[in-house]
Design a protein around this ligand. Structure first.
Ligand SMILES: *[C@@H]1O[C@H](CO)[C@@H](O)[C@H](O)[C@H]1NC(C)=O
Ligand SMILES: *[C@@H]1O[C@H](CO)[C@@H](O)[C@H](O)[C@H]1NC(C)=O
Ligand SMILES: *[C@@H]1O[C@H](CO)[C@@H](O)[C@H](O)[C@H]1NC(C)=O
Ligand SMILES: *[C@@H]1O[C@H](CO)[C@@H](O)[C@H](O)[C@H]1NC(C)=O
Ligand SMILES: *[C@@H]1O[C@H](CO)[C@@H](O)[C@H](O)[C@H]1NC(C)=O
Ligand SMILES: *[C@@H]1O[C@H](CO)[C@@H](O)[C@H](O)[C@H]1NC(C)=O
Ligand SMILES: *[C@@H]1O[C@H](CO)[C@@H](O)[C@H](O)[C@H]1NC(C)=O
Length: 703
């Protein structure tokens, strides 16, 4: 669980309790000064002044009193810190019942909205909600103002995520600038009420992820939101308001939704045994795979994660808009109709099963009509592009209509929905006519794929260093003379540079290794298997994961140990690959009689002993340029240095390899000695999956 460290430390914002006054109510004329607190009736929550992380500034906030070392859930003056400990919270004596936060010169640093009452009281409720009410009002739920309406970075049980359509009040959670600064940052998760309301995660104004519209059971794109032992949830949408809210099943097992400064929204649940907040699998994160990146495939295309990497596929009857680029990673151009619509002569609809329904920002919904009436409604309006059931419960009901391009669809093998896409009648006829022949066609495609693959395999579509019999590990090596190896190294470097810098999204591959580099019969390398790749914003440089995936031997220490990954993790894997190509040996499983180092250790040792020539694969004979080989070894060692910040980025690597840049002396590589490998299995997420499983099990068993 090392990977979750940052996230969890983020939640433990230490504060010092000073003279605590055990009361939950602030009356007119009273104030809370720095050092004094309000405590909710059963002491679950406390309100007072605190300093987050290393900051010296003071903030008025609410935190869990009994658990998590005071996990702060709400901050009043998040954008207006107090510079000293002279702040005070008053109920304004002006008579309107406004809460005001005053600084040393009685300047108003923050205030709640005017409450319009002569008898205001402020109460910190056991739910963690700070409310202002009329002290004479006998209705306990009639609040004039409440902190739950102004969430910070955390959604706790009972808070509404959503919009009051009458007042326009929008409640969303937003990231802090850093663990030391609660000021509102760019990452926001909330409900977008336009068209048909959807849960949306944004960075600034850019949508990063769309959970989608509510289908009666869950957000259409978030089937992992399921009844579970920790909390229940509800969704309400009417003419007055639209919101999502969850409630705890046992108040002794708190759970919350957190937006951390890295923009990785997570659900955390309190673990009594470990006294820690931990991701609650499998409902912990919003973004589960690459297909969750908003509109990755563009319009009229469905993203699917079969075979562990994102693949884009046009809807039936549609073709790639830019076929030449469709093979590359950037598919956001999407697809276009093969046959134009012809509304006057009648269009029809083609059913696409098992998808996350497309973006509904410009959609309409009618919850009362059936699917048949829905179809009729859509056929009658020439700009209607698709329809679907709005609610999937009880066999389906209600009607969702689209009037724009269909964007951001994902294949969901379970819990996906049926979407009916408008098609020209002639196109439908074509599709219908082809249907009986479909099987044959598929068979032909499969056969030809097999044939082509076979031919390519024969022609040298090889995994580079699968161990082979020597007489055979010799022929292969001869086959790969130095100029070919050089070409392969350069090709991989340019491929990675493209992923890191030149593609529309910054992509970290995370599992670059020999077996993920395919060679065509001209020995051009192709980086494959993007199953573990993560797309980054162009300005994002690193992230943290609690699922360490990848292959030991290629993983840098900061990733294998702390779950931190960045473009520099790929650079490390690249360095390992370069040394393997030069030496003709694998890093893992490398054995040298003299010592117990892996290949990196061995290479480093020969380098500092000024004997790097001994690294060079014997089968290269003498047919290589020594300076080129030595340059590759040096670049390889620079890429595998212990500290990520010492490693060059891929654009420098490309320049270094071409001899256009002088090379610094490498420092010691980050490597595991073979004596003490972290795990003996060859690859993958076993280690971290095990530990998350343990947490789930302990949670369920423990209670
Ligand atoms: C705030 O409360 C304190 C103590 O009750 C009082 O001295 C001060 O005048 C109040 N300030 C305002 C602006 O109401
Ligand atoms: C406080 O705890 C007591 C005993 O557990 C319980 O009966 C009561 O309802 C709680 N009050 C609130 C406001 O949660
Ligand atoms: C909570 O704080 C105490 C004392 O500062 C510390 O010993 C403990 O490790 C902390 N717990 C967590 C989960 O951080
Ligand atoms: C209180 O309400 C009155 C009338 O609505 C308004 O003029 C005044 O500015 C308010 N005072 C504060 C402190 O909000
Ligand atoms: C107190 O707040 C007022 C208004 O925000 C501001 O003008 C003043 O400089 C602040 N005083 C101090 C000591 O920070
Ligand atoms: C007060 O209400 C207005 C209008 O609803 C809103 O724009 C403003 O942000 C609110 N201010 C606070 C401090 O809640
Ligand atoms: C089709 O539906 C759109 C969206 O509701 C509406 O603006 C448009 O007027 C409709 N067109 C016709 C011909 O009904």
């Amino acid at each position: 669980m090392q990977g979750a460290k940052m996230l969890i430390i983020y939640c433990f914002l230490f504060y010092t309790i000073r003279t605590a006054t055990a009361r939950d109510t602030l009356n007119l004329g009273q104030s809370i000064r720095d050092g004094e607190t309000l405590v909710s009736a059963n002491e679950s929550f406390e309100l007072g002044f605190f300093s987050p992380g290393k900051s010296k500034s003071r903030y008025l906030g609410i935190w869990y009193k009994k658990i998590g070392n005071g996990t702060v859930i709400w901050v009043a003056n998040r954008d207006a810190p107090l510079s000293d400990r002279s702040g005070a919270l008053n109920i304004s004596s002006q008579g309107n019942g406004t809460l005001v936060l005053l600084n040393s010169t009685n300047g108003i640093v923050w205030s709640s909205n005017a409450s319009r009452t002569r008898n205001p009281v402020a109460v910190l409720l056991e739910s963690g909600n700070l409310v202002v009410k009329d002290g004479k009002d006998i209705d306990p739920d009639n609040f004039l103002w409440q902190s739950f309406d102004y969430p910070s970075h955390i959604l706790i049980a009972g808070m509404k995520l959503g919009v009051n359509l009458v007042t326009g009040l929008n409640r969303f959670i937003s990231s802090w600038k850093s663990t030391d600064d609660p000021a509102q940052d760019d990452y926001v998760y909330g409900i977008d009420p336009s068209g048909v309301p959807q849960a949306v995660f944004r960075k600034g104004s850019t949508i990063r992820y769309r959970a989608g519209s509510w289908n009666g059971l869950h957000w259409t794109g978030m089937p992992q939101l399921q009844p579970n032992p920790v909390y229940t949830f509800e969704y309400v949408s009417n003419e007055n308001e639209v919101f999502y809210r969850f409630n705890l099943i046992k108040s002794s097992v708190p759970s919350m939704m957190v937006m951390n400064p890295l923009g990785d929204p997570q659900r955390l649940t309190w673990m009594e045994q470990t006294q820690k907040w931990a991701p609650f699998v499998p409902f912990s994160g919003l973004i589960l795979d690459q297909c969750d990146n908003y509109a990755l495939c563009g319009a009229y295309a469905v993203c699917n994660m079969n075979s562990n990497s994102a693949k884009c596929e046009c809807l039936e009857g549609f073709v790639p808009k830019s076929p030449s680029e469709w093979d590359l990673l950037d598919k956001s151009d999407g697809c276009v109709r093969r046959t134009q619509l012809d509304c006057e002569h009648g269009d029809g609809f083609l059913k696409r099963e098992s998808v996350k329904l497309p973006d509904t920002r410009f959609s309409l919904v009618d919850n009362k009509i059936s699917l048949l009436e829905c179809k009729e409604l859509c056929s009658k309006n020439c700009s209607c592009t698709a329809y679907a059931n709005a609610d999937v419960r009880g066999g389906g009901s209600g009607c969702l209509l689209w009037f724009h391009d269909l964007i951001d669809m994902k294949e969901l093998s379970e819990s996906g929905q049926d979407l009916f896409v408008r098609m020209a009648a002639s196109e439908l006829d074509d599709i219908e006519r082809k249907k009986p022949k479909k099987k044959k066609k598929v068979a032909i495609v499969i056969t030809s794929v097999l044939l082509v693959t076979g031919v390519i395999l024969l022609g040298g579509f090889v995994y580079l260093w699968k161990r082979r019999h020597r007489k055979q590990d010799v022929t292969r090596s001869k086959f790969l003379d130095w100029s070919k190896r050089c070409q392969i190294i350069g090709g991989i470097a340019r491929g990675l540079l493209y992923l890191h810098q030149d593609s529309r999204l910054r992509i970290i591959h995370r599992d670059l290794k020999a077996s993920n580099v395919l060679l065509d019969n001209e020995m051009n390398p192709k980086i494959s298997d993007f199953g573990m790749a993560r797309a980054f914003g162009i300005d994002q440089t690193e992230a943290n994961t609690n699922r360490v995936v990848g292959t030991y031997g290629y993983m840098p220490p900061e990733y294998a140990i702390d779950g931190l990954f960045s473009v520099k993790s790929d650079v490390f894997s690249f360095g390992v690959l370069v040394l393997e190509i030069v030496c003709g040996k694998r890093n893992r499983g490398f054995y040298h009689a003299d010592h117990h180092h892996n290949l990196l250790g061995h290479a480093w040792r020969l380098w500092i002993e000024e004997r790097p020539v001994e690294l060079i694969n014997k089968s290269l004979g003498g047919s290589y340029s020594l300076s080129e080989v030595l340059r590759c070894i040096q670049v390889g060692l620079l890429c595998v240095q212990q500290r990520p910040e010492d490693r060059p980025n891929m654009s420098s690597v490309v320049l270094m390899l071409s001899g256009e840049r002088s090379l610094p002396q490498p420092k010691q590589p980050g490597f595991f000695t073979e004596r003490n490998p972290p795990e003996s299995g060859s690859s993958s997420s076993k280690r971290s999956l095990l530990s998350t499983n343990e947490i789930t099990i302990s949670l369920i068993e423990g209670r």
